[in-house]
Design a protein around this ligand. Structure first.
Ligand SMILES: O=P(O)(O)O[C@H]1O[C@H](CO)[C@@H](O)[C@H]1O
Ligand SMILES: O=c1cc[nH]c(=O)[nH]1
Length: 234
C-alpha cells in the first residue's frame, strides 16, 4: 500500500532507521546539517521526510507531528509498508521530576500514558510500552562516550498539552515520572505490535513545576546533542 495517503515515498526510498522529531522543520534541519546526498521523499501535508547518509550510513529523518494519533499513523506506515526496522523519536519534553533540569536529555525506558491507544489490542490487562533495550543501551553508551549526561526512566505520553486537571502532573510525579511529552507510548506500542524497534530521546525544554523554559536559541543548541546521539546509533 505505497505510497500511502500520508507518505509519498516509493519502495526503497526510506532507510531501515528513521529519526523522528515531532516538527518537520526539525527533520529538515537535521537533513541539512548532518546528512550527505540528501533526497526529500515526502512532502504530503508538509510532513517532510529525507534520506541521506551520516558517516557513510544510510539514514532517514521524518517529522511525526504532535500527539499519538499523528505518530501512530506515520510510524505504522513506516514499519508495515516501508520495511523500516527502527524509529528513534527525538523530541522536546516538560520536566516533571524535581531533579530534572532544563537541557537534560531524558531517555524513555518506559512510556506511561493517559491515552486509550492500547484499547485497539483488546488485551486482558494493562500494556507497559517500553523502549527497545538494544537501542536504549546504545544511546546511553554513545552519550557516555560523548560526555553527555542522560537520565533514563519512565516518561509520560499525554494526550493533552493543556490539561484542565491542574493536579495531574503532581500525581504522575509521585510515580517517579521524569518528563511529559505526547508521542512515545504510541510509538512503542506500534513497534511492539509490528515486532520492530523504537526509542524515544527527549531534551527538556521547560519544567512543568518551575515554569522555566529554554529560549529558541538554547533549544537549537541543546537539541543538537540529542540529534547527534540518535544519528550515531542509527
Ligand atoms: O518537540 P516534539 O517532538 O514535537 O515533542 C513535544 O512538543 C510538542 C508539544 O509542544 C509535542 O509533540 C511534544 O511531544
Ligand atoms: O509535551 C510537552 C512538550 C514540552 N513541554 C511540555 O510541557 N509538554
Amino acid at each position: 500500500m505505497i505510497p500511502t495517503p500520508h507518505n509519498g515515498a516509493k519502495s526503497g526510498d526510506i532507510a531501515k532507521t528513521v529519526l523522528m522529531p515531532g516538527d518537520p522543520l526539525r527533520a529538515k534541519f537535521i537533513a541539512e546539517t548532518y546528512l550527505e546526498d540528501v533526497v526529500c521523499f515526502n512532502t504530503v501535508r508538509n510532513m517532510l521526510g529525507f534520506t541521506g547518509t551520516y558517516k557513510g550510513k544510510r539514514v532517514s529523518v521524518m517529522g511525526g507531528g504532535m500527539g499519538m494519533p499523528s505518530i501512530g499513523i506515520y510510524s505504522y506506515e513506516l514499519y508495515h509498508f516501508y520495511d523500516v526496522d527502527n524509529i528513534i523519536r527525538i523530541g522536546s519534553a516538560g520536566g516533571i521530576a524535581d531533579d530534572i533540569k532544563l537541557r537534560d536529555i531524558v531517555i524513555g525506558m518506559g512510556a506511561s500514558t493517559n491515552s486509550n491507544f492500547a484499547a485497539q489490542y483488546q488485551l486482558p490487562g494493562t500494556f507497559a510500552p517500553i523502549a527497545d533495550f538494544g537501542l536504549l543501551r546504545k544511546a546511553v553508551e554513545t552519550a557516555e562516550k560523548k560526555n553527555i549526561k542522560t537520565v533514563v526512566g519512565n516518561i509520560l505520553s499525554s494526550d493533552t498539552f493543556y490539561d484542565d486537571n491542574s493536579n495531574a502532573n503532581s500525581l504522575w510525579r509521585k510515580m517517579n515520572i521524569l518528563a511529559v511529552e505526547m508521542e512515545a507510548a504510541a510509538l512503542y506500542m506500534n513497534a511492539a505490535r509490528a515486532g520492530k524497534k523504537a526509542l524515544c530521546i527527549l531534551t527538556i525544554s521547560d519544567h512543568v513545576f518551575t515554569g522555566e523554559s529554554l529560549s529558541a536559541e538554547d533549544r537549537q543548541l541543546t537539541f543538537r546533542d540529542m540529534m547527534e546521539i540518535a544519528l550515531e546509533i542509527a
